[in-house]
Design a protein around this ligand. Sequence first.
Ligand code: ASP
Length: 320
Amino acid sequence: MSVEDLTRADIERILDRAQSFAEVSGRAIKKVPALRGRTVLNLFYEASTRTSSSFELAAKRLSADFVSVRAQGSAVDKGESLKDTVRTLSAYDPALVVIRSPWAGAAELVARWAPAAVVNAGDGKREHPTQALLDLYTLWQRVGALDGLKVWIVGDVLHSRVARSNVLAFRRMGCEVTVAGPPTLVPREIESLGCRVRASLDELAEADVVYALRMQRERMEGAFVPSLREYAARYQIDGRRLSPQQVLMHPGPVNRGVELSAEVIDSPQALIAQQVEAGVVVRMAVLYELLASGGQQEPAAGLGLQAPVPAVVEVAGQSA
Ligand code: ASP
């Protein structure tokens, strides 16, 4: 539901397991039988490219049966309520439901109505926990230990579920987090999550990691910035603002020329493609954790997140 539900040990276990799945993803036949015979249901009430496709691939690589329902083109279009939809789809006896919706708290409701395990794949402006996990994984693979890293999250924090989940997740892993953006797009309460707030990028040079957010225009009901051009002039991450030792992250989709300039998107410092790739193995680890770990809470590989090492772990003692 939320990164708040996860301890540091939980996160490390999931990331360790994701690393073991990375080995599976490197094979010609990218499948293990861990979830054979189980059904995973994607229920998406909002647009998605990366999240929905990576959950689908994750379920299929674990050999689950996979069903996808999108609000558009389904009975939701005809006015069926979330509760009725969940009850109807529960007739298929899914082991797990992945839900994305524009309503904060929707995943909790689904969990109340369906006997299945539930994963929050983004609920309105509130949280997107698997995005935070895949971001931690990507960064860990790139830089090793995360303790003490200085992370700047820049842009439209107000409308971003990624910002909330990521502040919580980076803090949990011992990073120092700063959020920066126009005061109209940075809610003051965000400080209560344990981060600093800045209204300018003047001190951006101190950051080890620059995490840019998309301007979420679909969630803006008024003018939060005078113009996108003015926003870009003050807050765009470009070749001038990004220094060579910093790494750049973005959850996608990117508004090219708004929050990021083309030169930095395509630079070797950008981890954007790696984030997408990590989405599959991290979501495999989340599905595995909920459905196949049998309540085992020990680290998958005992790596303790010191430094990434090549994966040699067999998945549940089986490889296929
Ligand atoms: N893909 C992410 C989300 O669904 C970030 C974004 O859309 O800007 O929240």
